[in-house]
Write a protein that binds this ligand. Structure first.
Ligand SMILES: Cc1cc2nc3c(=O)[nH]c(=O)nc-3n(C[C@H](O)[C@H](O)[C@H](O)COP(=O)(O)OP(=O)(O)OC[C@H]3O[C@@H](n4cnc5c(N)ncnc54)[C@H](O)[C@@H]3O)c2cc1C
Length: 562
């Protein structure tokens, strides 16, 4: 194990262009330093929350030269940012709501992500059929997708209209009864948790410090100074504070300004074997009587389905899939893909997330309004001088939200500040690659091991494959039929900031979402590696396993068996 760690370090560590270590010991050291340095020079910016929004803010600020500390209550991407539909998209359905500005912004960000994160954002053609009973007729889809192409400035593949027989030949699983036509159009698929990790890794590479499992209890603002207080009592001073706590953004962190800020909406996804729903491309399903759609997305040897949209109250971290939601999703998909095997017993796993939607100003009406109709736009507010919050938005638009926010932070820090710190530059995130290293060549990608690792690690797959080859056990799949390799477990422990077993098996290598046994067959061996890396005991291994069983059973309604 130690040899592997050294190899990873040699392959990746050491310079600004490589991957800094992010092992359990790092967290302990950062925590100790923060305690010891309470009252020292304030950070330029303390970010509360390490979802995609906080990650984007941290990276942008670090790249501009600010000193940045990110404090996260749980694991990075623990909240909504590991529970989305995993699309980088303009959002065809927002056209119906007249949200043209949002669609334009999201399509521009999609285009940028193609260039800056090519291994994580995959352009994909979606099939959007229209049936006799559907709200949107083929002509409406054609008009809508023409507008979508225009708002995307005609970049990428433009949409195509397909007659029923052509749509059926492209997707034989489609119901033929009542099919009036379909459109084929481009959007993109990502891995939400890994996108968040990659953004944070780049922030760390540029000097940001990130501390997970460090919940912020309160924010103090008095006499022109600002501080956050962690639940363990540590007090950290900052020139500016950014609350990026997603659905947790409320009065606890923002005081009165946090009341009535958000409406929460829950969405669930189901995972089945691809053999059970063998779609050839993502299929868009129209939901009757609602202005929304549901996606059926092929995911390697799995297919996932989602999502629902219903109002939610309570702790966003405790949202879980319930039986009636499973039945609702299966029934909606059955209308369009009647030949698929859609019995509840075929569900492998599931996930549940909570959208932080900006509450409309006309709050009396907004309370009664369906969450489906609420806009997905974002809002930046400054409830106290130097304390900012950013809420709403989408995974897709995280970068532009971060840019807007960090511009505001820079304004607050003062006009004299750029000259007093000449190293501070403008926002560069629109063009700067998120990943390090020379892109993989087609020859390298022809290697099955590199090809298995590349979708999650990009160019770093080259080094991981070299390490795995020196110790062939590391090249083995964690479980048969899924792409994850043992070398990635060590990478997750030493370079991807994992503290608990569910960090690894839910958010870094999502066996909890894809494996028949929810990672149960390998959980003990992985827990041993993790606990040994942080110098823990046999009892700690058992505690990790218990915690994993509880967390995953609560979210998915399925229990991993060890
Ligand atoms: C079902 C569903 C499907 C979606 N699909 C898509 C999609 O396909 N494409 C798309 O673009 N968008 C999608 N979205 C929207 C997108 O996922 C969210 O907009 C985005 O992930 C929100 O990120 P965030 O960082 O603001 O919040 P979060 O990811 O929730 O991050 C907030 C973080 O703050 C932390 N935190 C909370 N309180 C504290 C505290 N006191 N101290 C420290 N840390 C704290 C939390 O632990 C959490 O990690 C979807 C959302 C849902 C729910």
């Amino acid at each position: 194990m130690r040899a592997v760690q050294r190899n990873l370090g040699e392959a990746q560590g050491g310079s600004e262009s490589t991957m800094p270590s992010w092992a359990p010991a790092e967290a302990a050291a950062t925590r100790e330093q923060l305690r010891a340095s309470a009252g020292a020079t304030p950070w330029d910016i303390v970010v509360v929350g390490a979802g995609i929004t906080g990650a984007g803010v941290a990276r942008d600020a670090a790249l501009r030269g600010l000193s940045v500390l990110v404090l996260e209550a749980c694991d990075l991407a623990f909240g909504t940012s590991s529970r989305s539909t995993r699309l980088i998209h303009g959002g065809v359905r927002y056209l119906e709501q007249g949200e043209l500005g949002l669609v334009f912004e999201a399509l521009r960000e999609r285009h940028r992500l193609y260039a800056t994160a090519p291994h994580l954002v995959h352009p994909t053609r979606f099939l959007f059929p229209s049936y006799a009973h559907d709200r949107l007729a083929p002509w409406q889809l054609r008009v809508g997708l023409s507008l979508y192409d225009a708002l995307g400035l005609f970049r990428g593949h433009l949409h195509r209209y397909l007659r029923p027989e052509r749509a059926l030949s492209m997707e034989p699983l489609l119901a033929s009864d009542g099919l009036r036509g379909a459109v084929h159009y481009e959007d993109a698929i990502t891995d939400d948790a890994r996108l968040t990790l990659t953004v944070l890794q780049d922030a760390r590479r540029h000097g940001a410090r990130v501390l997970t499992y460090a919940p912020v209890r309160t924010i103090h603002v008095a006499d022109g100074t600002r501080a956050v207080e962690l639940c363990d009592g540590t007090r950290i001073t900052a020139k500016t504070i950014v609350v990026a706590a997603g659905p947790w953004t409320g009065p606890q962190l923002l005081g009165n300004a946090g009341h009535e800020l958000l409406t929460l909406s829950k969405g669930v996804h189901l995972v089945v074997r691809h053999d059970d729903i063998p779609v050839r491309q993502p299929v868009v399903v129209q939901v009757p009587q609602q202005r929304r759609v549901l996606f059926v997305v092929p995911w390697g040897t799995r297919t996932y389905l989602g999502t629902t949209d219903s109002s939610y109250e309570g702790d966003p971290g405790a949202s879980r899939v319930i039986e009636s939601e499973e039945l609702e999703v299966l029934a909606l998909v059955h209308r369009v893909l009647p030949g698929a095997r859609l019995e509840p017993a075929r569900i492998v796993s599931a996930w549940s997330g909570v959208r932080p939607l900006v509450r409309a100003a006309r709050s009396a009406r907004a309370r009664d309004e369906s969450t489906v109709e609420l806009a997905r736009t974002h809002r930046v507010l400054e409830p106290h001088l130097g304390v900012f919050a950013v809420v709403g938005g989408k995974l897709t638009t995280y970068r532009s939200m971060a840019q807007e926010l960090v511009d505001r932070v820079c304004e607050h820090l003062g006009p004299a500040w750029p000259t007093s710190r000449p190293s501070i530059g403008p926002c560069v995130t629109a063009i700067r690659p998120l990943c390090i290293g020379t892109p993989l060549t087609p020859d390298e990608l022809a290697d099955p091991l590199i090809a298995a690792l590349a979708p999650r690690h990009g160019p770093v797959a080259r080094e991981l494959a070299n390490i795995a080859r020196q110790c062939s056990d590391l090249a083995h799949p964690l479980v048969a039929g899924l792409p994850y390799r043992w070398v990635e477990v060590d990478q997750a422990i030493h370079y991807e900031g994992c503290t608990h077993l569910d960090d690894i098996l839910r958010r870094r290598l999502p066996l909890a979402l894809t494996d028949d046994r929810l990672g149960g067959a390998v959980a003990r061996r992985i827990a041993e590696r993790l606990v040994h890396a942080r110098g823990g005991s046999q009892t700690d291994i058992e505690l990790e396993l218990d915690r994993y069983r509880d967390v995953i059973t609560r979210e998915t309604r399925r229990t991993p068996t060890f």
